[in-house]
Design a protein around this ligand. Structure first.
Ligand code: PEP
Ligand code: MG
Length: 600
């Protein structure tokens, strides 16, 4: 039997929060069905257009506020709403409704919104369904204005920070929240990709969405705890539960403070070893975050987003512009562009691939690029051009054979010659590196080092192919660990091969983001780690907390152990004197919440 006080939703913005519930009902105002005499029809059209102008001005105000509080990408949410309000097709239909049926502006607006809502709610397109909250927000604003109603000021009467509980949260409401008044958010509707969820995340407000039945189960003023990571909600906690959660919240706050401080500190261990921390950038949105967290360059620029979800292949110019845009955000620092790593489930519409029985062992990644050189050549030309004035490097994924690197270098040389003949400036000496993500690459690392400018370990795939564990299979998550002795030995031998050949070796898989695994890597001798932007501060904090001598001793012991469990335990033991392990533990005090990390 589950605990009746526990509700489950989707954790969309991490953090644990605690406070009395404030039930917020954003009811779209009741609209009296009003017809107008023919003589007033034009007046209603004018009222409609005036309302649009007022609502657009209000949304512009919100957009500026988001720009200041969250960022450019987040502020675009309101650009989208402004476009929806000003949509010329919608306005023309509204005017027609008013004129043909002699409706008041508000009656016509309500009618049209209902029609759109029904259309979008029934759509199989998840993006459209996600945008329903934006539609409600606009509808409420327009109707409030047309009916001459004041919008409620929710926050003036609030004392202690509350947990806002609503059926659906609009981005407009979310951006008006601040952490002083609002400890957390719960909504019955919404998913991770809802605009309100994205904003809550950017503003650092813990939030759980998709919590069906929340309004029925949570009464106004009831004490509520939420875990924005696991999506757990606990109503009416006992005193002991409250104490536990308060201790956890204060530990997290201390941690947040320390992480913020770490961002501007040098990435050096207490005994003086410098560890370079670079950022992994998958999407353009992450460029800003990586730069803000002081990434020492981009250690992995994934390029698949340039293809996914499009009907046509990206042009050379488009790709070159993107690479230059990323490089400009990291002046003087390296940007490692990874060539298209298509395959598995990452085959875009523009690139039809036949279904395969074993996609992970199939026609993917460098194999596709070499078999379809027309597409590969375009990308290589873009990289060569972007490298003319910027520190761009090329990295090849899923390498298993030396001749794959040689073939790429050949194509690269041909394209370099053709560009030069056309008088186009290109990189003089483009470094070409190899991702080590298969046991085959590990075993021939000495040969690969002869044709590579650098190595970068893709631990996600290396673990998958070494342990024969599908990286995406939740049922096997406990088996998917880079602490397995087979992985450790490979990590040590690749670094040794790279060092012998005098080429740099880094790690860019998720492993580098996990604190205990980072200690292990540093202990093995790695000095370059590339991690997702949100993990940069934590990685720096770990570097600054654990002396290299301690990490090295832990790695030496780990190399003698026979199981992943023993290795994890050894790493935990070794850092115990250097930081409070509870700061890293993601298991929450809320009942029924699962730990997050696969590794530790
Ligand atoms: C990896 O495999 O570790 C890696 C960094 O590449 P991706 O996760 O994109 O496969
Ligand atoms: Mg990979």
């Amino acid at each position: 039997m589950g605990d009746a006080r526990v509700l489950r939703g989707i954790g969309v913005s991490p953090g644990v929060a605690f406070g009395p519930a404030l039930i917020v009902r954003f009811d779209v105002p009741d609209v009296p069905n009003r017809a107008v005499p023919a003589s007033e029809v034009e007046h209603e059209v004018t009222r409609l257009n005036e309302a649009v102008a007022v609502v657009v001005a209000a949304l512009e105000g919100l957009r500026d506020r988001v720009l200041a509080r969250a960022g450019v990408e987040e502020s675009r949410i309101f650009d989208a709403q402004i476009m929806m309000v000003q949509d010329t097709v919608l306005l023309a239909e509204l005017e027609r409704l008013i004129r043909d049926n002699h409706l008041s502006a508000e009656t016509a607006y309500e009618f049209k919104s209902l029609e759109l809502r029904n259309l979008w709610a029934g759509s199989s397109n998840a993006i459209l369904r996600d945008r329903l909250a934006d539609l409600s927000a606009i509808q409420t604003r327009m109707l409030h204005h047309l009916l001459g109603k004041e919008e409620e000021d929710l926050w003036s009467s609030i004392g202690e920070p509350v947990i806002v509980v609503a059926h659906e949260l609009s981005p407009g409401l979310t951006v008006q929240l601040d952490r002083e008044h609002v400890a957390g958010l719960v909504s019955e509707e919404g998913t991770r990709t809802s605009h309100a969820a994205i904003l809550a995340h950017s503003l650092g407000i813990p939030a759980v969405m998709g919590a069906t039945g929340a309004l029925k189960r949570i009464s106004a003023g009831a004490l509520v705890m939420i875990d924005g990571q696991s999506g757990a909600i606990l109503v009416d906690p006992t005193l002991a539960e409250q104490d536990r959660i308060r201790a956890q919240i204060s530990r997290r706050q201390r941690m947040e403070f320390e992480l913020e401080a770490a961002i501007e500190q040098p990435s050096v261990t207490p005994d003086g070893r410098t560890i370079r921390l670079l950022g992994n950038v998958d999407l353009p949105e992450e460029i800003e975050s990586a730069a803000r967290h002081r990434a020492d360059g981009v250690g992995l620029l994934r390029t698949e987003f340039l293809l996914v979800g499009r009907a046509t292949l990206p042009t050379e110019q488009e790709q070159c512009d993107y690479f230059l845009r990323v490089a400009s955000a990291f002046p003087g620092k390296p940007v490692v562009v990874r060539s298209f790593d298509l395959g598995g489930d990452k085959f875009p519409a523009a690139f039809r691939a036949p279904p395969e029985a074993n996609p992970m062992l199939g026609w993917r990644s460098i194999r596709v690029c070499l078999d379809q050189p027309e597409m590969f050549r375009v990308q290589l030309r873009a990289v060569l051009r972007a490298g003319a004035d910027k520190s761009i490097q090329l990295m090849l994924p899923l390498i298993t054979r030396v001749d794959e690197v040689a073939a790429t270098r050949e194509i690269l040389a041909e394209e370099a010659e053709s560009l030069t003949k056309q008088g186009i400036r290109i990189a003089k000496n483009l470094p070409v590196g190899v991702m080590i993500e298969t046991p085959a690459a590990v075993l021939v690392a000495d040969h690969l080092a002869q044709v590579s400018s650098f190595f970068s370990i893709g631990s996600n795939d290396l673990v998958q192919y070494t342990l024969a564990v599908d990286r995406g299979n939740a049922r096997l998550a406990h088996r998917f660990t880079p602490h397995h002795p087979a992985v450790l030995r490979q990590l040590a031998s690749v670094l040794a091969a790279g060092t012998r050949a005098e080429i740099p070796v880094s790690v860019c898989g998720e492993m580098a983001s996990d604190p205990l695994s980072a200690v292990l890597l540093i202990g093995l001798g790695y000095t370059r780690l590339s991690v997702a932007p949100p993990a940069l501060a934590l990685a720096k904090w770990v570097v600054r907390a654990v002396p290299y001598s301690v990490a090295r001793a832990a790695a030496e012991t780990a190399m003698t152990l026979t199981s992943a469990e023993e290795i994890t335990a050894c790493l935990r033991e070794s850092v115990r004197d250097h930081f409070d392990l509870r700061l890293l533990d993601s298991e929450s005090s809320l009942p029924g919440t699962a730990p997050k990390s696969n590794f530790s």
